[in-house]
Design a protein around this ligand. Structure first.
Ligand SMILES: NC(=O)c1ccc[n+]([C@@H]2O[C@H](COP(=O)([O-])OP(=O)(O)OC[C@H]3O[C@@H](n4cnc5c(N)ncnc54)[C@H](OP(=O)(O)O)[C@@H]3O)[C@@H](O)[C@H]2O)c1
Length: 304
C-alpha cells in the first residue's frame, strides 16, 4: 500500500510517499481502507518536533528519540472496513467508520488496522468521508478542554474563545454552543466571516483591538491557539472563572467521539474544511498547515 513516511524530524520536505506492507487485521482488529484523513497542527508538530524546552525531551521519549518510532503520521481517519479479525463483533465488512489515533498515528496511508475497541465508530450517517475526518481532531480537543473548564456545570456560561478560527477554535465554538454558552470569539479580520458563519455575533478582531484591555468578565476563557497565558487574561476572569489553554496536555476518549457523532447527526456540529489535498501533495499540505493560519481543517484525500 502507499503511505506517507516521515523518516526523520524536520521540515515538510522530509516526507516521502512510499510503498509499504499492507496490514493484516488480527483478532479484534478491523482493516480500514482509508478514504480521508487530515493534516493538522499535531502532525506538523510531530514532524518538526517544534516544541519548547523540556517538552522536546518528553516528545522524543513518546514519539522516538532520533526519528518517529511510527514513521507514518496522521491522527484521524474515515473509511470503509475491508476485512475483520476473527474476534471482531462490533463492525462488519463494508461499514463506514471514522476515528482518532492520537499519538499512535498511522493514518496517512491507504490502510490501517485498528482494534475494534479503540477510538473508532461507525461514521455519522449524514457525513461525507471528508467531513467525518475533519470533525475529529479539533472536536476531541475542544470537548476535552471545555469539559475540564466544567462548562456544563457553570450557572452562567460567558465564554471567551481566543483563536476561534483553527481546527480547535471552530470546534470549540460549536461545542460551547452545544452547552448553550454565551460566546465571544477572538480572531483576525481574515477569520471574521467564518466565525460569523458559525453563529457568533460577539467577535473581537485581534488585529484591530487588544482584547485584554476589555472591562468585560468571563466565566470561562479558552485559549484555543496557545498564544496567551492565564496572567495576560487574569483581569477578564470572573471570581470563579476558569482559564484553559491548548498548551496543557489533552487526551482523547471514545465518549468525545460519540458526542461528535451525535452532534453531527443532529446538525449541531459542522465540519469546517479549509482545503483538501491529495496524498501526493503531502509536502504542500504540511507547508500550509505549518503557517498556522488555516481556517478549520485541512483534509488529505487518500482514495475515492
Ligand atoms: N493540548 C493538546 O493536546 C492540543 C491538541 C490540539 C491542538 N493543540 C494546539 O492548539 C493550537 C491550535 O491548534 P489548531 O489545530 O486549531 O491550529 P490551526 O488549525 O493551525 O489554527 C490556528 C488558528 O489560529 C489563528 N491565530 C493565529 N494566531 C492567533 C492569535 N494570536 N490570536 C487569535 N487567533 C490566532 C489562525 O488564524 P489567523 O492567523 O487568521 O488569526 C488560525 O486560524 C496549536 O498550537 C496546537 O499545537 C494542542
Amino acid at each position: 500500500m502507499k503511505a506517507v513516511i516521515c523518516p526523520q524530524y524536520g521540515p515538510p520536505e522530509v516526507l516521502q510517499l512510499q510503498e509499504v506492507a499492507k496490514p493484516i487485521p488480527k483478532g479484534r482488529q478491523i482493516l480500514v481502507k482509508i478514504v480521508a484523513t487530515t493534516v493538522n497542527s499535531g502532525d506538523a508538530r510531530v514532524r518538526s518536533l517544534r516544541v519548547k524546552g523540556f517538552m522536546k525531551v518528553i516528545m522524543r521519549l513518546v514519539l522516538g528519540i532520533s526519528k518517529p518510532r511510527q514513521p507514518i503520521l496522521g491522527t484521524t481517519f474515515s473509511g470503509i472496513v475491508e476485512a475483520v479479525g476473527d474476534k471482531v463483533s462490533k463492525f462488519k465488512v463494508g461499514d463506514n467508520v471514522f476515528g482518532m489515533r492520537g499519538f499512535k498515528l498511522g493514518t496517512h496511508a491507504e490502510y490501517i488496522a485498528v482494534d475494534q475497541h479503540s477510538h473508532v465508530l461507525k461514521m455519522p450517517k449524514n457525513a461525507t468521508y471528508e467531513e467525518a475526518a475533519a470533525i475529529v481532531f479539533g472536536g476531541h480537543t475542544a470537548i476535552y478542554f471545555l469539559e475540564k473548564a466544567k462548562i456544563a456545570e457553570k450557572p452562567t456560561k460567558k465564554i471567551l474563545i481566543i483563536g476561534a478560527t483553527g481546527s480547535v477554535g471552530t470546534a470549540a465554538i460549536q461545542i460551547a454552543k452545544h452547552y448553550q454558552a454565551d460566546i465571544t470569539a477572538v480572531c483576525s479580520s481574515r477569520g471574521q466571516k467564518l466565525v460569523g458563519e458559525l453563529g457568533v455575533t460577539n467577535i473581537i478582531l485581534y488585529d484591530k483591538e487588544d482584547f485584554t484591555n476589555r472591562a468585560e468578565k468571563f466565566d470561562v476563557i479558552f485559549d484555543a491557539v496557545g498564544a496567551f497565558n492565564r496572567k495576560k487574561c487574569a483581569t477578564l476572569l470572573n471570581e470563579n472563572g476558569i482559564y484553559k489553554s491548548v498548551n496543557e496536555y489533552a487526551s482523547d476518549t471514545i465518549q468525545q467521539l460519540e458526542l461528535l457523532k451525535e452532534l453531527f447527526e443532529k446538525g449541531a456540529f459542522k465540519a469546517t474544511i479549509d482545503k483538501t489535498f491529495q496524498m501526493a501533495e503531502i509536502i504542500e499540505a504540511h507547508r500550509y498547515v505549518d503557517e498556522g493560519r488555516k481556517k478549520g481543517n485541512v483534509v488529505l484525500k487518500i482514495s475515492d
